[in-house]
Design a protein around this ligand. Sequence first.
Ligand code: HEM
Length: 408
Amino acid sequence: SLMLAFTGPLSKIPGPFVSKLTRFPWALESIQGKHMNFTHRLFQRYGDIVRVAPTTVLIADKAGIQKILVEEDLVKAPFFDALRLHPGNPMLVTERNKASHKSTDVMSATSLGGSSHLVTSNDTKLKKTFVSILVKAAINGQFPYLRYIPFWPQPISAEMNRLLENVLKKRDIAGQPAKRDIVQIILDAHQTDPVGFPEIRMRDEITMFMVAGSETTSASTTAILLHLVNNPAKLKLLEEEIESKFSENDEITFAKLHDLPYLNAVIWEGLRLMTAPAGLLRYTEKPTIISGYEIPSNTIVQPWPMALMKDPRIWPDADSFIPERWLGVYKGVEANRSDVLAFSAGSRNCIGWQFAMREMRLILARLVRRYELSLVEGQSHERRYHSTPWFVQGFYKVGIKQRQPSHA
Ligand code: HEM
């Protein structure tokens, strides 16, 4: 492997010297969830393509990312094998090959399986349960052998199992009308083909959907709210749009929300500034030219869209929250959704992205109509990242005050 460090195509790729020899520093940053800050410095120092481990390169330029995710549509990296909730048991998210799996019609579903009353019960336990799966996934991904140590904590905690049992139990009540939600789609898959889609797979898929669908959406919605309360003039414009579209007694529903230009612009701008698209590790099965370099086979190529999403070469006033850039040409540039990559791209992009967009529109519109939102001063924006980003203090507070009934 010393040969590999200093010779061959990867040796030409810029990066910290130690990366040629060991992936340990990179693995450590990833496990601590600090790699967002770390990579920022790397790209500034070394440019758009950086070798962070003997066989791992990060890519931050638009053409390179497009090539990996869309044009070549490379397979997922072996890393994903280690993310299985039960070793050896396949799952959609960890499936490495290009997707033939996208037949699941998530959009026909209307929910993730009924409310778990997170908000009403202020149950941070559930959030902790989900986050613990993501943290363990980060560790397993980097050091796959650890999970075979006896008594090493497995990704699925007793708490997660309890939660899953509750979801399944609700389905057993006879005479209930069949729900058209994601849980039902997965249950049906098991019932139709109990051998090809066994019970353990059914359980793991439901668990994964709960995790993949909740932390991501709540982190993104929080990020959007953060930008709104830090930019009251933009918040005001959103309030005006919602007020103009809905009279006081109108119920705000999914269906009525897809055509609110400013709301959509606010969401895309918030996603651009603060989502941290995860899981984008891909793998070369043959030598491939990416960002001007020859990448040999069996290399992990990891697009780093967070850099692209704030790249001043693409976005004028890249670090500012400017929803207006999504409504027309802004400083000579027309914003392009495909440069945001919050939901990734190519055959393995987010299966729930339209569902998440609907959820975010609904949550934001209802919050803004019902409450006056305001900034709680003095909070840090510093985050860490385990598949989804989280604030170091564990939350980001937003001031809310019930609006007066008549705000005409
Ligand atoms: C704002 C919310 C969300 C964000 C930012 C987000 C982001 C992502 C990203 C970046 C990926 C990785 C794709 C890749 O490796 O290229 C992904 C995959 C995935 N997401 Fe989401 N997601 C969100 C909401 C959801 C929801 C609501 C669901 C379920 C209903 C969901 C289910 C999945 C699944 C199953 C995958 C794996 C797809 C595959 O491996 O082919 N996501 N998501």
